[in-house]
Design a protein around this ligand. Structure first.
Ligand SMILES: [Zn+2]
Length: 475
């Protein structure tokens, strides 16, 4: 029985966002992720472009996790004929529903204001969800007589998975496939692992990224391929200082927060700070209906927390503290303006490309007593990136807004592995001796190329940064 496969890099190369990979093996077409290209607008031409394959010919779509740059084009895929099966962990399915419905609102808003064509409609989101099934971590699923898949925990956000796709090399077929005590699939196979995004383990809430020890080919992310994060003590100190300094100036701290994972980690940190009386007690607003819903999913699916977080959560809710207010409704959101400073506002969207943060930015960026704090990746072209890069004036909803507020960035709260930890992850994967090649993707070119060089120079691994649309034969 032949053992070959073809891998095409349809998106997520040369940029962090827009993940989309096509694996063809044993007569099946398997996609991994179908993400949105993120920049200034949903209406970006990139997102409206046709897929480089016929969506109706695709058998499976494996979803690594629920960030929009991994799922945002799924409804478009469905509207253009995809009728295969979508597979993810149950947590990813629950979170993806929230993320896609939220994206739909932003798309509708953008279409109203700019007259752009919608990327997709409500019926496409519903159709996508109806094709979706769950796969549990470590459960082996057959995709074809010679092809199986199983998921490991990527530790990036709740439900995040790496997929190990195994193509049988012998006549015994997948029924013989079994997982040994180390969580590896046994037998003579070709194994291709897609990492999705890799978590910045250890994290306060999630389990650590599992090791990959049996891959022949690794398709790995490189968002921070060229940089290391500040360490955990220093990020915590930095956050505490930013809060204390803003409170001293009687200012408002605004944090453009990614609703998924970052918000929950920040709530956890605030909870700890307050418990230990490490910061002045000021009102904290979670001003994001999406982040509020996502936090509820985290609370409902706490079985996936790490042991320490589960034990803490059993004592008291790790995401709540006395002065925290969830402002789901727009009247509550508007009322925040009347609450005297000092105060802290977490609001979406994380890259300021829509959502309530934009109103807060318009209100608070002109005041030098205020602070805007970035805790996550800001895509090139986004409003967040402009502010982070030091723009003295920005345009928000058509209005010019002066930036006199303090601009701070803490990289340590990233939910991605940094350069050293990406190298360590690949190094562990290479130890088995089976690893033949690493495809470094999902990073801006300089990050991806820097990681490629490190893997080659320090580990002697055959690593490449494929180009968009490149197709490789795996044998
Ligand atoms: Zn992600």
């Amino acid at each position: 029985m032949g053992q070959s496969a073809r891998l095409t890099f349809c998106g997520g190369v040369g940029s962090v966002t827009g993940a989309n990979f096509l694996l063809e093996a044993a007569g099946k077409k398997i996609l991994v992720d179908c993400g949105l290209v993120q920049g200034s607008r949903f209406a970006d031409e990139e997102n409206h472009k046709s897929f480089p394959y016929d969506p109706s010919s695709i058998d499976y779509l494996l979803v690594t996790h629920a960030h929009i740059d991994h799922i945002g084009r799924i409804p478009k895929l469905v509207s253009e004929g995809f009728r295969g099966k979508i597979l993810s962990t149950p947590e990813t399915r629950a979170l993806a529903r929230l993320m896609l419905e939220d994206a739909l609102k932003l798309i509708e808003e953008e279409c109203r204001t700019t007259g752009a064509l919608p990327l997709y409609e409500r019926k496409d989101v519903s159709a996508a969800l109806s094709l979706w099934s769950d796969v549990q971590y470590h459960e082996i699923l057959s995709l074809a007589p010679d092809v199986s898949v199983y998921a490991k925990d990527a530790g990036h956000i709740l439900g995040s998975a790496m997929y190990n796709i195994t193509i049988d090399a012998d006549e015994r077929g997948y029924e013989e496939t079994r997982i040994n005590a180390d969580g590896e699939v046994e037998g003579r196979k070709m194994r291709i692992v897609f990492t999705g995004d890799l978590g910045n383990s250890p994290t306060p809430i999630l389990r650590d990224t599992e090791e990959i020890t049996d891959a022949d080919y690794l398709v790995m992310e490189s968002v921070y391929g060229d940089r290391n994060h500040e360490d955990r003590d220093s990020r915590r100190r930095h956050l505490k200082d930013v809060i204390s300094d803003t409170v001293k100036r009687k200012g408002t701290l605004i944090i453009p927060a990614f609703s998924l994972e970052k918000t929950q980690v920040l709530l956890y940190e605030f909870h700890k700070f307050e418990e230990a009386h490490e910061i002045p007690v000021v009102p904290v607003f979670l001003d994001s209906p999406l982040a509020i819903e996502v936090t509820k999913v985290y609370q409902a699916m706490r079985d996936n927390f790490n042991d320490k977080a589960m034990a803490e959560d059993a004592r008291e809710d790790i995401f709540r503290f006395p002065r925290l207010k969830f402002t789901a409704h727009s009247e509550e959101s508007k009322a925040i303006l009347n609450v005297p400073a000092p105060k802290i506002i977490l609001a979406g969207a994380g890259m300021s490309n829509g959502g309530r943060i934009m109103h807060h930015e318009a209100n608070y960026l002109p005041g030098s007593q205020n602070t805007i704090l970035f805790v996550g990746y800001q895509a090139a072209g986004s409003l967040g990136r402009q502010i982070q890069d030091g723009a003295r004036e920005v345009t928000i909803n058509g209005q010019k807004v002066a930036v006199h507020a303090q601009v701070e960035t803490i990289s340590g709260y990233s939910s991605h592995k940094d350069s050293d930890h990406l190298v360590e992850f690949a190094s562990r994967a290479a130890e088995s001796g089976a690893l033949r090649k690493v495809f470094v993707v999902m990073g801006e070119p300089k990050s991806a190329l820097f990681l490629v060089q490190r893997l080659r120079d320090y580990l002697g691994i055959d690593a490449v940064h494929p180009s968009l649309g490149e197709r490789v034969e795996l044998a």
